[in-house]
Design a protein around this ligand. Structure first.
Ligand code: FMN
Length: 253
């Protein structure tokens, strides 16, 4: 429980400025050990990490950014990170407002970066109107970021069905149950829809819903970012030329 405190409080619990002063009031003795103080503005501003693991040279880079990406993804995977294939996907709505959310990279090959979702959801509506999108990966344990821009197209039906059938049954049922991005009255509505889907398909194979499938971002730029000391990070950006070949330039951090 947090209560507003007077800035002049001298009890040792005061944190923050006059505008954002909060006092943590623990309601039970038990939670005394679990106290989580709000981060003060000063503490937030002081959060910083100096990156020092390694550098990035042009001579280190594969000519094809997808090959280079696969190397970095494999290294992130080898670190046993949780979901190294999680990526932030940015899409743009009809007013030009960008939106982001996390999705999982499920196919990465010479064609690009594919993820699976509900075509009727918000990102699906955005991509139907504007196919340009962007993706960011951040692997903190490796002090690495990858930023990708490009155009998104739907995966083939066969590819979507093949991936859908490889998913756990509960995830398949979830795809039928969830009207992704729609407002729903309460959680029980969703759970009821899941039970109905379960009853509907009983023990039969669950087909891939028409409104569910893959999207693939075909990259036009791919930037590899490696954290370095003193914020002098390395940034190497691949840009696809009109002939389909890639050029690489170094950017200031
Ligand atoms: C780690 C993580 C992975 C996710 N993976 C997916 C995914 O692969 N596909 C998907 O549709 N949603 C995924 N989500 C949920 C999305 O972030 C998002 O809530 C959902 O797709 C609805 O987005 P939209 O309303 O912008 O369409 C994931 C969320 C997290 C946190």
């Amino acid at each position: 429980m947090y209560t507003q405190a007077k800035p002049e409080s001298k009890n040792g619990n005061f944190v923050g400025t006059a505008e954002s002063a909060f006092l943590f009031v623990c309601p039970t003795p038990f939670c005394a050990n679990l106290t989580r103080m709000p981060l003060t503005p000063q503490a937030l501003a002081a959060l910083r990490q100096d990156y020092s693991q390694r550098g990035l040279d042009l001579s280190d880079m594969a000519p094809d950014p997808l090959v280079q990406f696969q190397q970095w993804l494999a290294e992130a995977h080898a670190q046993q990170l949780i979901e190294p294939n999680a990526m932030t996907l940015a899409t743009v709505d009809s007013t030009g407002q960008p939106w982001t959310r996390t999705v999982l990279l499920k196919i990465c090959d010479a064609r690009g970066f594919a993820f699976f979702t509900n075509y009727n959801g918000t990102k699906g509506a955005h991509l139907a109107g504007e196919s340009r999108a962007a993706i960011t990966f951040w692997w903190s344990a490796l002090e690495r970021q990858v930023n990708i821009t490009g155009r998104v197209t739907k995966a083939s039906r066969a590819e979507s069905e093949a991936y859908f059938s490889s998913r756990p049954i509960a995830s398949q049922l979830g795809a039928w149950a969830s009207p992704q991005s729609s407002t729903i009255p309460d959680r029980s509505t969703l759970e009821e829809a899941f039970i109905q889907a379960k009853e509907r398909f009983a023990n039969a194979p669950i087909p891939c819903p028409e409104h569910w499938g893959g999207y693939r971002l075909e990259p036009e730029t791919v930037e590899f970012w490696q954290g370095r000391r003193s914020r002098l990070h390395d940034r190497l950006r691949y840009v696809k030329g009109a002939d389909g070949g890639w050029s690489i330039t170094r950017l200031a951090p």
